[in-house]
Design a binder for this molecule. Structure first.
Ligand code: 5AD
Ligand code: SF4
Length: 504
């Protein structure tokens, strides 16, 4: 399975709403949200710009917002929080931009191309504002945080700007904007986790959902803009995470993905007892809710993933045997320049531990081609680590310098674009071969698959994932529905999908 975002959109890859009772469920708004070929952590290109679907008039006071999301899964998860905050103000989502009173765009800054696409999209909104001058346009997310008031200066069209930690202020910013005051809140918080907000579920299938367990990032990888756009790392209370997972299970969901920029450094201290919960313990607690609830997580950092996490994964059937463990580069010299704080041997040691403790675990990666000073030899080391790690899939990019990052400040972006693209293509080609081999090995195997819904290709077929996060397509059998588990024997595979038949 291969997802490349070298030149296109980049993936990788949420006022005071205080109710702690997650049993209060909000209307869920189906969105064509996941393809048969995308991973849980990042979104496919065609999902970029997905807007929240329309809701019945009953839940809205007549005012409607159109919310379009770009970027990583974390951003889509934030959009579910934004939708919930606005719904609490009586506003309803629409997918028809023409009927919107407010257009919101949740943005991504990870690579230059991502920002360019969003700028283009903003220009397209001008026409709607011309037709309806009272229409408000708001920019949310990472680009809002990165560019701050520059957005208001550069884009006359924009009425409000809200960074990832400012979504509780959206109703206030909207009221101001209605009075003609263009508003901005890009304050980054050390505490905000939106822990008490029950996200409005945007996934279409009612079977799989994402739970944000932490925000921000303290890692300071030299290429990455995230620490600047999403601020300091903070973990959400384990109680609210468990309550959200339990509520989802009771509503029929059968799989949750615990989301964070670096889940392995999850650490929450109970303010009353002083007791600290780490990621392995959290994972175990969520999995202990019910054996019928699958648990996934993303993203792991090679420096932080502990044997305790691996043993926890091995000990419970319902913790999926899949780890997204971005390597970025196979060269220790480049890893040092990237400030990844591990080297090639450390990474391979973690792969070895995964194989030893969880033999049936699939591992996937993020890879950057053409980082500053990268030589042909460094590139060859990336290709060789891909072979050694035997990734089931990878997200592959060429390096894109981001203003303000340590790399932009200290290193020269000296690999020319042609070389970056050539190396990226070699990486993609190799990953294709490795994924193909991976899928071939699955032929003849029987996997437990959680049915997510109809296959895109045929109404007569279901699609679902195995524990290793591979999409499996198979003929329907009467009596089965989305949310059921079935055992499927794999007959053949295409580049990104396994095909099989239900066995008794
Ligand atoms: N250029 C290219 N790719 C990047 N990533 C993050 N920053 C950059 C950048 N400046 C990639 C990394 C990360 C993924 C989310 O995006 O591989 O793991
Ligand atoms: Fe996600 Fe923001 Fe990073 Fe884009 S820049 S991938 S939206 S955290």
């Amino acid at each position: 399975m291969v997802a490349s975002h070298g030149d296109n959109f980049d993936m990788t890859n949420c006022h005071s709403v205080f109710y702690f009772n997650f049993a209060i469920s909000k209307t869920s708004f189906p969105v064509y949200y996941k393809s048969e070929e995308n991973s849980h952590q990042m979104l496919d290109e065609h999902l970029q710009g997905t807007a929240i679907q329309s809701v019945d008039d009953k839940s809205s006071n007549g005012r409607r917002f159109y919310l379009e999301s770009y970027g990583c899964q974390m951003n889509f998860s934030d959009s579910e929080i934004v939708a919930s905050i606005l719904a609490d103000e009586g506003m309803g989502p629409t997918r028809q931009i023409e009927e919107a009173d407010i257009i919101l765009i949740n943005t991504c800054s990870i690579r230059e191309k991502a920002e360019e696409s969003i700028r283009k999209r903003l220009k397209e909104f001008r026409i709607y504002k011309k037709r309806k001058p009272e229409l408000l346009v708001g920019v949310l997310g990472c680009m809002a945080e990165r560019l701050k008031s520059k957005f208001l200066e550069e884009e006359q069209l924009v009425d409000l700007v809200a960074g990832p930690d400012a979504y509780r202020d959206l109703p206030g910013l909207l009221r101001k904007a209605e009075d003609g005051d263009r508003g901005i809140n890009v304050f980054l918080s050390r505490e905000e986790t939106y822990a008490d907000i029950s996200p409005m579920r945007l996934d279409e299938n009612g079977v799989t959902a994402f739970i944000s367990i932490m925000r921000g990032c303290d890692n300071m990888c030299s290429f990455c803009v995230v620490p600047f756009t999403r601020g300091r790392e903070r973990s959400r209370s384990s109680y609210t995470i468990l309550a959200e997972a339990r509520d989802l299970f009771e509503r029929g969901y059968r799989e949750v993905t615990l989301l964070g920029q670096n889940v392995d450094s999850y650490k929450w201290q109970n303010p009353e007892t002083g007791e600290v919960t780490n990621f392995a313990q959290l994972l175990d607690m969520v999995a202990a809710l019910d054996t019928g609830l699958r648990v996934r997580f993303s993203t792991s950092h090679p420096k932080d993933i502990t044997d305790e996490v691996l043993y926890t994964m091995a000990s419970r059937n319902n913790i999926c045997k899949y780890i997204h463990l971005p390597v970025q580069s196979g060269s220790s010299r480049i890893l040092e320049l990237m400030n990844r704080t591990y080297d090639r041997d450390w990474y391979l040691g973690r792969i070895e531990a995964i194989r030893r403790i969880i033999p049936d675990c699939a591992v996937s990666s993020d890879i950057i081609a053409g980082f500053c000073t990268e030589t042909e030899l460094d590139h060859q080391e990336t290709l060789s680590i891909m072979e050694l790690a035997d990734y089931s899939m990878s997200y592959m990019f060429h390096y894109s310098e981001r203003p303000g990052t340590p790399a932009a400040k200290k290193l020269k972006d000296d690999v020319d674009m042609e070389t970056k693209k050539r190396r990226l293509n070699e990486i993609i080609r190799l990953q294709n071969q490795i994924s193909h081999r991976h899928n071939q090995r699955d032929v003849g195997m029987v996997y437990e698959v959680l049915i997510e819904g109809n296959s895109k290709r045929s109404e007569d077929m279901f699609k679902g994932r195995n524990s290793q996060n591979k999409m499996v397509v198979f003929d329907k059998k009467p009596g089965l529905k989305a949310g059921d588990y079935v055992r499927v024997k794999i007959d053949n595979s295409s580049s990104a999908t396994l095909h099989g038949n239900i066995v008794a």
